[in-house]
Design a protein around this ligand. Structure first.
Ligand code: PHB
Length: 402
């Protein structure tokens, strides 16, 4: 390791907890001083249309809010955003990714929401040393597993993390059989597997796994089948617009009070009010609950509501923490974000002590080590019931960081 890198390392250690201008002004290598006037470019590839539009907007709003709160600068430099609608299209993902990397020449690439797009992007990123990609939602296990790479970080979760404790919960609540139901793509399949495996640790068994094409919302025939199978409970992953439709159809089919629904918290997240009575009472597991009692969460919720006239959700928290990570790492290198190796080093040692979800840290595979909470929808809010899994790290099977 070079002398320069060593001294940078100790600099990072000293400033890792700070963000903003103090760190920036105390460190300005000559090479960087030349480019210091240029803006830092943040490329964004998120869904702004279709079933996940609410997720993309929540992430974008909160990330920008966080950076705005720091004066709109990262490491002393102004920030410019270039956002593309992913349209949740896996075939378009390589073209969109390359557009942001090669044409827009972004320093950071923030995205996506969808696991299939995440895997496509990770394959491109893994062939390159820069830019640095930050995944603010998509849970694809592979992205911090076999496809992990030094320049890929995640501020959200792996699909396994919130789903496995959801399956354990069903067993703890005394259920013996379940039906699992989801969309047939990376996230749906991985969360279904994790939920089923969690349930099995408590002696539970899935009697039928139902997969629908993404983002299909024709649930009727499947709900009739569930009614006929009479499992003790149902484990489901849907999210955004599709989750609203599923919850409403489940209630309308008369199943809500007969066969309890469980799942990773996305099933009810951010749609509590839109789903109304169809979401009330549902218990899920996730890395956030609206009423977590920490000062950052109170501040975050008030600021978000004031800025956007709507309540934040886990997706906004992930966007907010993406902003925090960008600020922290940019400050640690004194704004010299072109020094990608040093930014990576700063991100690897980052702690996000001031997250609304509670403190979390970055695993060796670049995925959050975080609490998973048990929550229940009550009066249109996610109420915290307890910690389902403390400091849960993804197993990161197959990740070899080179
Ligand atoms: C994903 O595709 O990884 C995904 C999408 C929506 C969610 C969670 C995960 O709410």
């Amino acid at each position: 390791m070079s002398k320069n890198r060593n001294s940078r390392r100790s600099f990072i250690a000293n400033t890792a907890a700070t963000t903003g201008l103090i760190a920036a002004s105390s460190f300005a290598p000559t090479r960087f001083a030349i480019g210091a006037t240029s803006k830092i470019k943040v490329g964004i590839l998120l869904p702004y249309s279709g079933t996940y539009a609410m997720l993309g907007n929540s992430i974008t709003n909160a990330m920008k809010m966080r950076i705005e709160q720091a004066g709109g600068r990262m490491g002393g430099r102004l920030v410019e955003y270039v956002a593309l609608d992913s349209e949740m299209s896996v075939p378009k993902a390589p073209q969109n990714t390359n557009k942001l990397i090669k044409k827009e020449k972004v320093n950071f690439l923030v995205g996506p929401v969808h696991s299939g797009i995440a895997a496509a992007m990770a394959k491109i990123m893994g062939q390159r040393k820069s830019p640095i990609m930050i995944v603010p939602n998509a849970g694809s296990n592979a992205v911090t597993g076999p496809l992990c790479a030094p320049n890929i970080f995640r501020t959200s979760f792996s699909n396994w993390q919130p789903a496995f404790p959801g399956g354990v919960l069903m067993g703890k609540e005394g259920h013996k059989t379940c039906v699992t139901i989801s969309w047939k793509y990376g996230a749906g399949i991985q969360m279904m597997d994790a939920g089923r495996n969690g349930f099995m640790t408590k002696g539970g068994k899935s009697i039928k796994d139902i997969l629908l094409p993404f983002p299909n919302v024709e649930f009727q025939a499947h709900l009739s089948e569930i009614a006929a199978l009479k499992p003790d409970c149902v484990f489901a992953f849907f999210s955004g617009g599709g989750a609203i439709k599923f919850l409403k159809d489940y209630e309308a089919a008369g199943l809500k009070n007969k066969i309890p629904l469980y799942g990773p918290g996305f099933l009810t997240e951010g749609i509590e009010k839109a789903a109304g009575s169809a979401a009330e009472g549902i218990k899920t597991t996730l890395h956030y609950a609206s009423n977590l009692d920490n000062p950052e969460n109170h501040k975050f919720r008030t600021n978000y509501k004031t800025a956007f006239n709507t309540d934040p959700n886990v997706f906004s928290v992930q966007g907010y923490d993406t902003g925090s990570l960008l600020l922290q790492a940019s400050a640690a290198v004194g704004g010299d974000v072109e020094s990608v190796v040093d930014v990576i080093e700063a991100m690897e040692t980052s702690r996000v002590p001031d997250s609304p979800r509670g403190p979390w840290s970055m695993s060796k595979a670049h995925n959050p080590i975080q609490n998973i909470y048990l929550r229940q929808v009550e009066g249109g809010q996610q109420k915290f019931l307890g910690v389902a899994a403390k400091d849960l790290a993804d197993p990161a099977a197959g990740c070899k960081m080179t």
